[in-house]
Ligand binder design. Structure first.
Ligand SMILES: Nc1ncnc2c1ncn2[C@@H]1O[C@H](COP(=O)(O)OP(=O)(O)OP(=O)(O)O)[C@@H](O)[C@H]1O
Length: 304
C-alpha cells in the first residue's frame, strides 16, 4: 500500500500553485496535509484524483501512475475531494448500496450505520442536512472498502458534534489504511493523524510526526502564583539570569521565560520556594495553533 508523489508542480498562468511537491507514504496511518487557505492543498488532492493534470512530476498509487494507469492506480482509493454530494434522488440506503456495487462489494449497512450514525436509511439524500450528506457520502466511500482514502477538509463547515463523529470513524479505520487528510487547523488533526506535511504557498515547508511538532515547541515558560503580592523587581532579583523574561499577569501571578531545560526549571522552582509561599507552579502548555504559526514563520518565506 503506497502513495508516492514526486516532484509535482502546477501553475495557473503565472501563479505557481504547487512547487516540487514530494510526499512518499508507504505505511498505513493517517497523514495530514496542513496549510493555510490558498496553500495548494485542494489542488494537490485534485492532482492525486486526476481532476487536475500537473505540469511536472508523478503520482503513483500502489506503484501505478495515476495518469498513465488510472484504473489500476485508483482501484482501491476512495476520494472525498471538492465537497461532493450524494445524488438528491437516491435514498441513503440506495446510494450506499449502489456505491458498494460499483466496486463489486456488498455493503454492511448496519455496521456503517453504527459507525456514522446515519440518517433514516429511506430518506432521500436531497432532504439531508450538510452534516448528514457528508456522513452519508463517507459511508458510501467506506462501503467500497478502499485501502486508501483521500479526504479534502472532510469536516469543513460541519458543527462540532459532526466533526467529532467523523474523527472517531477515522481513528477506528486508520489502522489498516492510508488516509490523506487535509485541514487548515493543526489541533483538528493532532489527535487523529500520525504524521504531518505542512504546506505554504505551494511548497511543503515542514514534515514530521505530531509528537515531534509538540516536542519542538516544548514549554519554555512557567507560570507561578503566590499566596501574597510580590513586586516584579523582587522576583527579577531572586531569579537573576535563570530567566530571560518575567511578565506580571496579576498581583500574585507571573509568567517566567527560561531556556526550557529541566535543570533551569528545577532551580527556578527551588529559589522561589526558598523565598516565597508558592501556591501554584506549572508549565505554559504549547498551543498547537501557535506552533503552526511558528512553523510557518520559521520554515516558510517569513511573510506570516
Ligand atoms: N482553477 C484555478 N485557476 C486559477 N487559480 C486557481 C485555480 N484553482 C486554485 N487556484 C489558486 O491556487 C491557489 C491554491 O488554491 P487551493 O484551493 O489549492 O488552496 P487550499 O490550500 O486548498 O486552500 P483552502 O484551504 O482555502 O481550500 C490559490 O491561490 C487559488 O486561488
Amino acid at each position: 500500500m503506497s502513495i508516492v508523489i514526486e516532484h509535482v508542480s502546477k501553475s495557473y498562468g503565472k501563479i505557481k500553485v504547487l512547487k516540487d511537491i514530494n510526499i512518499p507514504i508507504k505505511e498505513p496511518g493517517c497523514y495530514a496535509i496542513l496549510g493555510p487557505n490558498g496553500a495548494g492543498k485542494t489542488t494537490l488532492f485534485r492532482v492525486i484524483s486526476t481532476l487536475v493534470v500537473p505540469d511536472n512530476g508523478t503520482v503513483k498509487i500502489n506503484g501505478y501512475d495515476v495518469f498513465k494507469e488510472r484504473e489500476k492506480a485508483l482501484k482501491d482509493v476512495g476520494f472525498l475531494v471538492s465537497v461532493p454530494e450524494p445524488p438528491d434522488f437516491l435514498t441513503v440506503k440506495e446510494f450506499i448500496t449502489f456505491s458498494a456495487r460499483l466496486r463489486g462489494k456488498i455493503s454492511d449497512i448496519e455496521k456503517l450505520n453504527k459507525m456514522l450514525d446515519l440518517p433514516s436509511l429511506n430518506q432521500r439524500c436531497g432532504k439531508l442536512s450538510k452534516g448528514q450528506k457528508r456522513r452519508t457520502y463517507l459511508a458510501a466511500l467506506l462501503a467500497q472498502d478502499p485501502k486508501i482514502l483521500v479526504l479534502d477538509e472532510p469536516t469543513d463547515g460541519l458543527d462540532p458534534v459532526e466533526i467529532i463523529k467523523i474523527k472517531e470513524v477515522i481513528k477506528e479505520i486508520k489502522r489498516d489504511k492510508i488516509i490523506l487528510y487535509s485541514s487548515h487547523i493543526l489541533s483538528e488533526v493532532s489527535d487523529i493523524c500520525d504524521y504531518v506535511y505542512i504546506m505554504d504557498k505551494g511548497k511543503i515547508i515542514y514534515n514530521g510526526s505530531i509528537y515531534n511538532i509538540k516536542r519542538m515547541f516544548r514549554p519554555k515558560s512557567v507560570k507561578v502564583e503566590f499566596n501574597y503580592e510580590i513586586p516584579l523587581d523582587d522576583i527579577k532579583r531572586t531569579l537573576g539570569a535563570l530567566v530571560t523574561e518575567v511578565r506580571q499577569e496579576g498581583k500574585m501571578t507571573f509568567e517566567l521565560e527560561f531556556d526550557g531545560t529541566a535543570i533551569t526549571r528545577r532551580e527556578i522552582l527551588r529559589r522561589l520556594v526558598d523565598r516565597y509561599e508558592v501556591r501554584n507552579f506549572y508549565d505554559v502548555e504549547t498551543n498547537l495553533e501557535e506552533a503552526f504559526v511558528k512553523i510557518l514563520r520559521v520554515f516558510g518565506d517569513g511573510s506570516v
